[in-house]
Design a protein around this ligand. Structure first.
Ligand code: TPP
Length: 322
């Protein structure tokens, strides 16, 4: 299915919000580390915005998302609160995991956001739980698991694909091929040139799409969602994009400048802005107004997260299972 004009414009808003959030989060992260705060790893989603925006535009509020370690974009695209996310990254009590989880543990159960995961591939088998629940309860909800191409070589990916296909669970396996797993290029770590061919081993459809194009991602995901809602089981989508920042904020860049330069030319955000302007779906004034709204939202999030208190040290044992 093709997105409507409103959906195309909303996808741009989502992409802009993700990009601005990531730049804000990186800046705040660096600033707070300089101040001596202890913060967990932060993995930037810059460059992959079209994947979250295009796929989550096909999901309903009551659908489920299992995220990865690189999950800020999924949280925003599913409707999560950026203030609570930034507060979480800074370890504050008003963060969405009460400051105990950090960047890789964004939850909002009422939005079906069932968390990121520090274990590579860890969210993939977890996505089967809500999918089975939806099937058992007879609803038409779907569950989407986001993971990298590196995770698609983990054993759990293959076990999860097998069981999901066997039980015809309503799942979208969304592989975000950003070309690298830390410093290992996909061609040195993955046995197949296209991750989507792995679906054939489990008897379900697999497709590779341009992950720099939110419309391509939307079209593939809407087909997979329709299939899942109709009881026809899981699908695997590989969306190919490029990670723009180093693997995480504490690992130095190792890619060649020429490669990074080439990547900037395929930057999904300015390309999509140009497309919407050229197709006259928005004008320059509307685009600027959207950017201003996003800038204001980030300013509010920074003020909120900075002012928020840290958890009480006396509460260090709270929320732990003995
Ligand atoms: C089970 C496990 N093995 C190794 C790691 C260390 N690690 C963190 S991220 C990462 C690379 C993951 O690559 P990919 O799945 O392609 O996701 P990307 O980081 O590219 O988004 C690795 C090996 C981990 N966190 N968990």
């Amino acid at each position: 299915m093709k997105p409507t004009t409103d959906q195309m414009i909303e996808m741009l808003r989502t992409m802009l919000t993700i990009r601005h959030f990531e730049v804000t989060a990186r800046t705040q992260y660096g600033h707070n580390r300089d101040l001596g705060s202890f913060l967990g790893a932060l993995h930037s989603y810059e460059g992959q915005e079209a994947i979250a925006a295009g796929s989550c535009a096909c999901l309903r509020c009551d659908d489920y998302v299992l995220s990865s370690h690189r999950g800020h974009g999924h949280f925003i695209a599913k409707g999560g609160d950026v203030k609570a996310m930034l507060a979480e990254i800074l370890g504050k009590e008003s963060g969405c995991s009460r400051g105990r989880g950090g960047s890789m543990h964004m939850f909002d159960v009422k939005l079906g956001l069932l968390g990121g995961n520090g274990v590579v591939g860890g969210g993939i088998p977890l996505a089967l739980g809500p999918a089975f629940s939806a099937q058992y309860r007879g609803t038409d909800q779907v569950s989407a698991a986001f993971f990298g191409e590196g995770a698609s070589s983990q054993g759990v990916f293959h076990e999860a694909m097998n069981l999901a296909a066997l039980w015809r669970l309503p799942i979208i396996f969304m592989c975000e091929n950003n070309r690298y797993a830390v410093r290992t290029p996909a061609c040195e770590g993955v046995s197949v040139p296209e991750i989507s061919v792995r679906a054939a081993g489990y008897g379900c459809p697999g497709v590779t799409v341009d992950g720099n194009d939110p419309v391509a991602v939307f079209e593939a995901t809407s087909e997979a969602v329709a299939r899942a809602r109709a009881g026809d089981g899981p699908s695997l989508i590989e969306a190919v994009a490029y990670r723009q920042q180093p693997h995480c904020m504490v690992i130095a860049e190792n890619r060649q400048e020429a490669e990074l330069e080439q990547m900037r030319e395929c930057d999904p955000l300015p390309n999509y802005e140009t497309r919407l302007l050229t197709e006259r779906l928005i004008d320059h004034q509307q685009l600027q107004a959207m950017k201003d709204e996003v800038t204001n939202l980030m300013d509010e999030a920074v003020a909120y997260a900075e002012a928020a208190p840290y958890p009480d040290p006396a509460a260090v044992h709270d929320y732990l299972w003995a």
